[in-house]
Design a protein around this ligand. Structure first.
Ligand SMILES: Nc1ncnc2c1ncn2[C@@H]1O[C@H](COP(=O)(O)OP(=O)(O)OP(=O)(O)O)[C@@H](O)[C@H]1O
Ligand SMILES: [Mg+2]
Length: 243
């Protein structure tokens, strides 16, 4: 797949070919500005980016012409690097709307079931009840926003989740809690693409596959040992080799 930034027509992704299966967790690492978030946003359908070549298939079906909400209904989820603040919509309202938007009318989640599931997940993520009556992300600390993205993940239960730097700004306890949340989703019906800069997250969420993205392309793919190698050696050699 290739993708440009729409207004400036700047090519950002220069040929990305990835196959992600449910049941698997893949990690993408790479230097700043290399196109990781662009890849995440493009898969999710952010109209800022234009796909100029290639396709994006979900369960064999092209999702390229689908708007974001339709992609979400098909089972895609994106935890954004910089989660948006939405004034006037409480966290609880947002969650219920997002869950029900993916269900047929006769399978709407009852308030009781919703609250039961919510309380279970708040406990798992060690989140304060008060967070759910606050406006979505408004005034949340950086770490609270990240934890809240994982609450959304656990409540919405997508088939496939892209998690963009869910570890950034987290203290060490919060990192373990967020990892616990993601690991609780693991299973044959769930797949994930985790974008991170640090091996530390991958010590807690052990990926099946690690990809390195350099300058809009996947330059190397391997197992978790690739992340350990990066931690030691950085990107210098890889960047030189990619030129
Ligand atoms: N809307 C945009 N307009 C102009 N340039 C953009 C836009 N979005 C992304 N870019 C550029 O594309 C490149 C890739 O950005 P992207 O956010 O995907 O990087 P990243 O790999 O996620 O980096 P980081 O590790 O810092 O989060 C950067 O040079 C960025 O400035
Ligand atoms: Mg990014």
């Amino acid at each position: 797949m290739k993708a440009d930034q729409e207004q400036s027509a700047k090519p950002i992704l220069k040929g990305v070919n990835l196959v992600l299966k449910t049941g698997e967790i893949h990690a993408i690492m790479g230097p700043n500005g290399t196109g990781k978030s662009t890849l995440a946003e493009t898969i999710m359908g952010n109209p800022t980016y234009q796909v100029t070549q290639g396709d994006i298939l979900l369960n064999g079906e092209s999702i390229l012409s689908m708007p974001v909400d339709e992609r979400a209904r098909k089972g895609l989820f994106l935890a954004m690097q910089y989660p948006a603040e939405i004034r006037g919509v409480t966290n609880a309202e947002f969650l219920r709307t997002a869950i029900n938007a993916r269900r047929p009318d006769d399978e709407r989640l009852s308030i009781t079931d919703f609250l039961q599931e919510l309380n279970k997940n708040l406990d798992l993520l060690e989140m304060d009840q008060a967070m759910i009556e606050r406006y979505l992300n408004e005034g949340f600390s950086g770490g609270e926003k990240k934890r809240n993205e994982i609450l959304q993940l656990l409540m919405i239960k997508p088939e496939f989740a892209i998690l963009d730097e869910i570890d950034s700004g987290l203290d060490i306890d919060a990192l373990k809690i967020v990892a616990r949340g993601v690991n609780s989703m693991r299973g044959s019906g769930f797949g994930s693409l985790i974008i991170t800069h640090y091996q530390r997250l991958l010590d807690y969420i052990v990926p099946d596959t690690v990809h390195i993205m350099i300058d809009g392309k996947i330059s190397q793919t391997g197992g978790p040992e690739l992340a350990a190698q990066l931690e030691k050696e950085g990107y210098k050699d890889l960047e030189t080799a990619a030129k």
